[in-house]
Design a binder for this molecule. Structure first.
Ligand code: AMP
Length: 391
């Protein structure tokens, strides 16, 4: 795969696929994080004198124009961040777009309208991809968050543009993933939490082959505890996953992977911020209580397990961190990872929110920008958006 810094872009028309899928309320962008994430790539292309045509999706308009999902509100945000004018028209292909592109000079920036207003985008349609490709000389993909879905703008388009490569955000995602899984400094530990085993079986199965230690928390721990014959009270538990959980534990044993489950939990009768919290051993969870966080003994167990570890992968909170009484486990592990000195690679979404709440997000080596895409990488899958650049 080529990266943006290996491609000559001077005066070339560069089609840059980004993820500007920002939250918008009443026509205003409420968080510019996703735009900021691409600024290093955009600024680099500007420095090199490219004509930059930026393309993104926003929301799920399902192939037709939906006014609230227009990328129009992103124009002033992007313009402010790169301190220059950004051209925009209300389409992503067609005569108007072509005319605007023809007028571009080196160093100009042009934002296309939401790609998903066109039905060809989600269908990875060749004709639509050809139209997009006709706008440019060079294709750069920087939208990791959609790499797990083949779309015209991240897959088929690469059939019609001769020079293709990855931007800095995508490069970072790929390189940190390699550091985490392909070529990690060892020992390598994974912390997997969150709600369901069923959402993360693929991840668990793949990681068992790769990690030295696997620490399980969150609601999914109760499915494993139940599979070991323990009673878990009212805790979330997936009965239909008990066999799978047993198989995963057996595989861990066969592969000599240190597999750690909670030994104690913070329980309550209900998931509420003002609930009376009881710490109990996993062997004594009362029938009328549910486990909502790992307990203090488990915090020590997990923290000790991370000592000396060189790489940590973390996906999923260890408890219902949204409620203060059940955030202690996740926050304590955030501190443990932050101070471990290990390379730490974090799956996006809830885990990032939890780390921000704990004030530790800036202490991690890398927080992925792709929830689904990151999980699929952890599952060992080849992502179509990345494979298209590898052709
Ligand atoms: P996921 O999207 O699978 O990573 O799940 C994240 C969600 O799992 C968060 O909203 C947490 O509140 C929830 N969660 C974590 N631990 C527990 C638990 N012990 N009981 C119920 N929900 C939990």
């Amino acid at each position: 795969m080529k990266y943006i810094d290996q491609i000559e872009m001077k005066s070339k028309k560069v089609f840059l696929r980004v993820d500007f899928n920002v939250p918008i309320k009443e026509g205003k962008v409420t968080s510019d994080n996703r735009v900021r994430a691409h600024i290093p790539t955009i600024n680099y292309a500007l420095e090199k004198g490219a004509k930059i045509i930026i393309a993104s999706h926003l929301g799920r308009p399902k192939g037709k124009r939906v006014e609230e999902m227009s990328l129009g509100p992103v124009v002033p945000i992007l313009s402010g961040l790169i301190q220059q004018e950004v051209a925009f028209v209300d389409d992503c292909v067609g005569e108007k777009v072509q005319a605007a592109v023809n007028k571009m000079k080196a160093g100009d920036v042009f934002l296309l309208e939401n790609l998903r207003f066109n039905p060809g985008e989600d269908k990875n349609d060749a004709a639509f991809a050809k139209e997009l490709a006709s706008l440019c000389d060079i294709y750069i993909d920087d939208a990791f968050a959609v790499s797990h879905r083949a779309a015209a703008s991240n897959s088929a388009i690469t059939d019609y543009v001769k020079t293709c490569g990855a931007g800095f955000l995508l490069k970072n995602e790929i390189e940190y993933f390699k550091k985490a899984i392909v070529n990690p400094a060892r020992p390598l530990a994974a912390i997997i939490g969150g709600a369901k085993v069923s959402d993360k079986i693929g991840v668990l199965e793949n990681l068992i082959d790769k990690v030295d230690k696997l620490l399980i928390g969150g609601a999914m721990a109760f499915t494993f505890l139940k599979a070991q014959g323990l009673e878990v009270g009212k805790s979330l538990c997936e009965e239909e996953m008990l066999d799978t959980a047993r198989k995963i534990m057996q595989k861990a044993k066969d592969k000599n992977v240190q597999f750690l489950l909670p030994t104690d939990v913070a329980c309550a009768k209900e998931a509420a911020a003002d609930a009376a919290v009881k710490i109990c051993s996993v062997k004594e969870i009362p029938a009328d209580q549910m486990g909502l966080d790992i307990g203090p003994a488990t915090i020590t167990l997990f923290t000790d397990a991370l000592k000396g570890v060189k790489t940590v992968i973390w996906n999923g909170p260890l408890g219902m961190f949204e409620l203060a009484p059940f955030s202690k486990g996740t926050f304590a592990l955030a501190e443990a990872v932050a101070s471990s000195g290990a390379v730490s690679i974090i799956g996006g979404g809830d885990t990032e929110t939890a780390l921000k709440k704990a004030g530790k997000n800036t202490k991690m080596s890398y927080i992925s920008t792709g929830g689904g895409a990151f999980l699929e990488l952890l599952e060992g899958k080849t992502l179509p958006g990345i494979a298209a650049l590898d052709k």
